[in-house]
Design a protein around this ligand. Structure first.
Ligand code: GLC
Ligand code: CA
Length: 554
């Protein structure tokens, strides 16, 4: 193979960090994280080595879905601060060499957005067609689609007796992307933010903007009134026309990074979204690895399937496009609890999972708290849950006759609130998150698991992440090098190499509680990072969740 030549591209070389503002840092004691709180933690992020932060929605919002229901795109939600606070955050981040991207939610708005308030007024309102309104069918909803947040995807509006579509909560009506006026209005808003100096967007639910023509019913599912409707609105044929027009009118005119949330997009379709010639998005959050969860406590990842997914995405992007790498975000449970082992091998497994995904080819994203191995939370009562999708689900399950205990057991493993408990900064009251009453319960394990403790401890999960970041920024091979999966048939080991102009890096992780044999044909490799104190003493065996990272001695 010849020399690999890469243009240096900033968003490929950085490590990104996702902030869920409500739970990150409260600055004024109202129990809700805010922009000033984020500013006060920028030095922490800088010291960790972060070059890009993604901030979940901070726009004006009734907060039905914690900000993903926007009522004013060009204002800041008052609990989070003001536009001046946001400008200060931008300046303070930029001063530290940290870029800032914000969430762009354009599949839907809040039902309290002025556009929807107009649209709802009458069938002939000038903005009626800005949302998706339909007549009911035989006294029922227009079709049997289920909302992603449970129940029907349609809500009847008494005023005009028609139904509007909401793929998410009923307070998140879907915009009608068929209407060019809607699209133009969104483009204007997007350019306004870019003129404001932000460095890009994470684009929410973008694979859902096109709906299946004619809104057909889905085949009935026995025992269900509404049918999961993803196939009717996820990456539906023809969506690229909208994506193309969106990019042409907005991002292409600026030097920004864009990360699309792309549920339902397969590795085969990926280059339509992120191929360089397409000039559309920079990268995608794909979803294929998210559901691969094994209930076997000895090995909680379906490892062969996981390797298959990552290998497919890595090879799809080997020479074109770019991957966004992640194992956590605000919509999924904590990785160490789901895929690792948050009791006997908490520290080892948190680090092994980190090593597994972090050094593949792509831009790694860390979700707040992941870097200290935050775990799922054990709520004791259904009323502890705050997530709108959990609340809807509880209601549906109760209707079906499930007991509260059964529902609680299930939610403990699945609820998005697991990832949303306040950030654990220290062993002080409320984990140092707030001096008031936090909006969501703090995980009780904060006296053990927190930033302050781990910062001081060289063997901590936090310092492992810090070292990973250092490693990746010291050597461009980890950024641009070719990816190859190793030990492909192993059911316990996740291993890969990266090669870049004569340089080789290798990552080896045992993702099980067993001791397993390991061999490699690579030679001349030097251990540069590991998660057991005595390094790779046991050359040909990997201990439970042992992870090692090697580089060759050039
Ligand atoms: C995305 C967000 C999620 C939100 C949904 C609706 O999936 O990540 O948090 O609830 O879109 O906006
Ligand atoms: Ca606050």
């Amino acid at each position: 193979m010849g020399e690999i030549k890469e243009k240096n591209i900033w968003w490929k070389e950085v490590v990104a960090y996702q902030i869920y503002p409500r739970s990150f840092q409260d600055s004024n004691g109202d129990g809700i994280g805010d922009i000033q709180g984020i500013i006060s933690r920028l030095d922490y992020l800088k010291d960790l080595g972060i070059g890009l932060i993604w901030i979940c929605p901070i726009y004006k919002s009734p907060q039905d879905d914690n900000g993903y229901d926007i009522s004013d795109y060009q204002n800041i939600h008052s609990e989070f601060g003001t536009l001046e606070d946001f400008d200060l955050l931008l300046r303070e981040a930029h001063r530290r060499g940290i870029r800032v991207i914000i969430d762009l939610v354009i599949n839907h708005t809040s039902d309290e957005h002025p556009w929807f308030l107009e649209s709802r007024k009458s069938k002939t309102n000038e903005k009626r067609d800005w949302y998706v309104w339909r007549e009911g069918k035989d006294g029922q909803e227009p079709n049997n689609w289920e909302s992603i947040f449970s129940g029907s995807a349609w809500e009847k509006d008494q005023l005009t007796d028609q139904y509007y579509l909401h793929l998410f909560s009923k307070k998140q009506p879907d915009l009608n992307w068929e209407n060019p006026k809607v699209r133009q209005e969104l483009y204007k808003m997007i350019c306004w933010w870019m003129d404001h100096g932000i460095d890009g967007f994470r684009i929410d639910a973008i694979s859902h903007i096109k709906k299946k023509e004619g809104f057909p019913d889905l085949p009935a599912v026995p025992g269900k009134t509404y049918v999961p409707s993803y196939s009717m609105h996820m990456n539906v044929d023809g969506i690229q026309k909208y994506i193309e027009e969106l990019c042409e009118n907005t991002f292409r005119k600026y030097d920004v990074v864009t990360v699309g949330e792309a549920n339902g997009v397969s590795s085969k379709d990926a280059l339509d979204w992120v191929g360089e010639n397409q000039k559309k998005f920079s990268m995608l959050f794909q979803f294929e690895h998210i559901g691969l969860w094994n209930k076997d406590p000895n090995q909680k990842i379906e490892l062969k399937k996981l390797k298959d997914v990552f290998e497919r995405w890595q090879s799809a992007m080997q020479n074109d496009g770019w991957n966004a790498l992640y194992i956590e975000n605000h919509d999924i449970v904590r990785a160490v609890s789901k895929w690792g082992n948050d009791s006997s091998f908490w520290s080892e497994s948190a680090k092994a999972l980190a090593a597994m995904y972090f050094l593949m080819k792509g831009t790694p994203f860390i979700y707040q708290g992941q870097e200290i191995g935050m775990t799922n939370v054990k709520f004791e009562s259904l009323s502890d849950f705050q997530d709108v999708s959990a609340k809807n689900w509880i209601r549906e399950q109760q209707k079906e006759g499930k007991t509260d205990q059964e529902i609680l057991n299930e939610l403990c493993f699945t609820s998005r609130d697991n990832a949303r408990t306040p950030m654990q900064w220290s062993s002080e009251k409320n984990a140092g998150f707030s001096s008031g009453v936090p909006w969501l319960l703090v995980n009780k394990n904060y006296p053990q698991i927190n930033v302050e403790n781990q910062w001081k401890n060289p063997d901590s999960v936090l310092n492992f992440y810090k070292n990973l970041i250092k490693l990746r920024s010291r050597n461009l091979g980890w950024v641009y090098g070719n990816f190859q999966l190793l030990n492909k048939d192993s059911a316990e080991i996740f291993a890969y190499s990266r090669r870049f102009n004569g340089w080789t890096g290798m990552v080896v992780c045992n993702l099980s509680t067993k001791k397993v044999q390991f061999s490699t044909t690579e030679t001349n490799l030097k251990l540069v990072l590991c998660n057991y104190r005595d390094g790779d003493k046991e050359q040909s065996f990997l201990r439970p969740y042992e992870a090692r990272i090697y580089e060759n001695c050039l």
